[in-house]
Structure formats: structure tokens, C-alpha cells
Design a protein around this ligand. Sequence first.
Ligand code: IPE
Ligand code: IPE
Ligand code: MG
Length: 241
Amino acid sequence: MESLNIPNHVGVIVDGNGRWARERGLSRSEGHKAGADNMEKLFTYMINKGVKVISAYVFSTENFKRSEEEVNYLMNMIVHRFKWFLKKYSKENIKIVFSGRRDNLRADVIKVIDDLAERTKNNTKGIINFCLNYGSHAEIIDATKKIYEDANKGIIDINNLNEDLYSKYLYQDLPPIDLLIRTSGENRISNFMLWQNSYAEFYFPRTYFPDFDESAFDQAIIEYNKRDRRFGGINYENKGN
Ligand code: IPE
Ligand code: IPE
Ligand code: MG
């Protein structure tokens, strides 16, 4: 059998935790816990399969619109899990980075994300980019402001601004997303990595995130391998679809 092409950078919009819980008569918090448990297993599996970079949308700038109780639960869970990730990802040789605005985040959240990034910065097996208090519009505005400042200081020449240089001003300088997965059946990207997704293949399974397991990811890879990525060119390939 022909071997499957594994996407280099996979974006994951973790969605459907609340509906998963509601269907089971559980609280939204229990849905978030089930989603987080699944995420730990799934991401290690994805990297073992050969994915080099995962960008995970775990909390958007807009998610602050939710109840104080839900936001607090999510932030407490992030602090708790990320402390455990210090051990987990050091052992698994996975580097952790963050994308998002730091203002509005609690001091204990900032501390744990900084510790995790520092402690895993030399790891080489793969990268997980946690997008936390992340919004793509905010990222593009923040990048543009930094470019303006650097141009004014003479650090860069604005005439040399191109896609590569612009990318370096985003929260993280990562390769483009090849495959974007959003669980739960919503067909939208909700302000997630507009720049990085420009040529991504979109995959929108109906499964709620807590149920999106290893075999569901294998299915996503099979689907990805049926796509004909042309990047504006005309190199048709017979993918049987
Ligand atoms: C995703 O699940 C987790 C976050 C956005 C933090 P949701 O909480 O959005 O779940 P639904 O969409 O209400 O089912
Ligand atoms: C997107 O999910 C944000 C995250 C998964 C972190 P939402 O559940 O917040 O998105 P909408 O409101 O359905 O667009
Ligand atoms: Mg949702």
C-alpha cells in the first residue's frame, strides 16, 4: 500500500466540549475536562505519527464573553494541566510554544506558560503551539504595530516587507498550516490563524472533540490524502475523487 502523506503542521480547533457534556447530562466543566484528557492522548499520537507542528485553539479572545464561572474553570484547568505538562513534554521531547495576547491573562497563567516554554525550548521531536487568548485579527494587528515600530527605528526597511518577513512578526514563526481540523460540525474558523491557514485543507468532522480519538485522526489523514493541493497551479493529480 502506498504510504500516507502526513501533514507537517496541523491546526486543531477544539470544539464541542459543551455539547458533548449536555448530551450526557453533565456540566460544561465536565465536557472541558473530557476534552483536555482527549487532547493529551491525541497530540502525542499525532506527533508519533509524524506531525511536526500542532496549533491548538484552546481559548479565543472572544471566549472571555462566557460566564465568569466557565472562564475561571478553564483558566484553573490550564494552570493545573500545564504544570503537569512540564514533566510530560520534557519526557516526550516536545517543545511547547504559545500564541495569544498576554494582557487579560491571570498572572498564574502567564507564569506557567512562560515556565513551560522555557523548560521545553530545546526539545526537538515536535512543537505544540497552544493558542490561548488568541485571535487572528489581534495577531495581525499586533504584528503590524511591531513592524511599524521596527521600521521607524530603522531595524527593518519597509520596502523589504514580504510574506516571509511578515510571518516573523506573528506570535510564532511557524510553517503554514497544511490541515485544519475543527470538530463538532461547525463549518467556520472563528478567528483562528487566518494568515497561516491560507492554503490549508479544511476538515470539519461532526464528532465532538472529547470523542475525536486516534482512529478519528487516522480518518482525517486518509481524507487529507485524497485532496489535490494545487497552490494556484494546475498540477492535477488523480486522487480518485
Ligand atoms: C470548546 O468547546 C472549548 C472552548 C471553546 C474553550 P465549547 O465550549 O465551545 O463547546 P460547545 O461549542 O459549547 O459545544
Ligand atoms: C472557537 O470555538 C474557539 C476555540 C475552540 C477555543 P467557539 O466555540 O468559541 O466558536 P464559535 O463561538 O462557535 O464560533
Ligand atoms: Mg464551541
